[in-house]
Design a protein around this ligand. Structure first.
Ligand SMILES: [Ca+2]
Length: 254
């Protein structure tokens, strides 16, 4: 039997292809920037999207095969915990927004959906997966996405070759040439800090730790007392204490 030939160059996700077995299934694209700050706009609208270069079974896209975690930092104990996000629709299986999809163009999660499959419905060939968290996305948060290739079968009943290796998807498809393997990626949501003197109520509310009441109070303070001169002045806003101020400092600016 001949060794696998290189996948065709020039397609998305083929750059730097080290000689994967093109007959296996790989993760070829994602709609966030691995390891980097990612613009929240598209994610908030579409959710997280993962593209495969062959068809996989829709019923294998579930909470054990695709896990999305968010970092929760506790500044008192100086520990970080990773909480698993529940998909929108939970616990109603039929409404779960963790499901297989078909992108119009293979390996192109920005091409739109040809189909979005009901979660868990068996026998449907998907070329992608979508995850939309029940609590939405929050600017400034660190997210981690884990895809267990061992638990996702392609339509030839083989595990997805998911190993995530440099220079990473989309510059190189996942995989080490053997069935199975774990894809793991992370990103920070938001490519810039939120300016407390210019942000709208919606932009403020998108920040983790700022709800509608605090957003309104920040804007009221801005209107009544003028622009903030320092971030420390946020302590004068009702609802913001020392602890919250410390949490917000890393994602706000003037
Ligand atoms: Ca592998």
């Amino acid at each position: 039997m001949t060794k696998a030939t290189k996948a065709t160059k020039g397609d998305k996700g083929d750059k730097g292809d080290p000689g994967l077995d093109p007959d296996l299934t790989h993760i070829c694209n994602i709609n966030w920037k691995h390891g980097e700050a990612t613009d929240p706009g598209l994610l908030k609208e579409m959710g997280l999207l993962i593209a495969f270069d062959n068809d996989v079974w829709n019923e294998d896209i579930h909470r054990h095969s695709i896990r999305v975690l968010v970092e929760e930092v506790d500044r008192e104990t100086m520990t970080a915990c990773w909480c698993e996000l529940l998909p929108a629709g939970w616990p109603n299986q039929k409404e779960l927004q963790l499901q297989g999809v078909r992108f119009k163009d293979l390996c192109e999660p920005f091409s739109g959906f040809e189909e979005i499959f009901p979660a868990g419905e068996p026998g449907l060939p998907a070329n992608g997966a979508r995850f939309f968290p029940a609590r939405g996305f929050e600017t400034g948060r660190v997210y981690r996405v884990i895809v267990q290739g061992d638990f996702i079968r392609d339509v030839k009943e083989r595990a997805v070759d998911g190993d995530h290796l440099p220079p990473y998807v989309p510059n190189r498809r996942s995989g080490d040439g053997l069935e199975g393997g774990t894809f793991e990626s992370w990103f920070v949501l938001g490519d810039k800090l939120v300016n407390i003197n210019r942000a709208t109520a919606a932009e403020l509310t998108a920040v983790a730790g700022i709800g509608p009441e605090i957003a309104t109070a920040i804007i009221a303070h801005r209107t009544d007392a003028g622009n903030f001169q320092t971030l420390a002045q946020l302590i004068n806003v009702p609802g913001i204490g020392e602890k919250k101020l410390a949490q917000l400092r890393s994602v706000l600016t003037l």
